[in-house]
Design a protein. Sequence first.
Length: 124
Amino acid sequence: MEEKKETFEYTYSAKEQAEIRAIRQKYLPPEESKLDQLRKLDKSAAKKGTVVSVTVGVLGALVLGLGMCCTMVWVELFAPGIVIGLAGIALVAAAYPIYRRVTRREREKLAPQILKLTEELQKP
């Protein structure tokens, strides 16, 4: 009888393995660390306040411009133009307090999640 010798040959290439891991990593769902979650929550606290305050500020600037237009171009709308311009100034001036208020509310909403994550991250 003949003896069958079965052998297994394997060649290892670190470069190929690194390329395989890189390609595989592209198709895996992204894993988010707790620190990444904390950063994302911290950014989201100010994002809503920024959007609202910029919107109010731009709207106020447009209203102010309309009031200026009324006073300079149409003489018969001088008095209403002043009132419209003052309303625009009030909106522009209110943008920052609105930002602070909205951001404070968002931080109060997110505080339990952020505190929980910071406690988990600070544990040795």
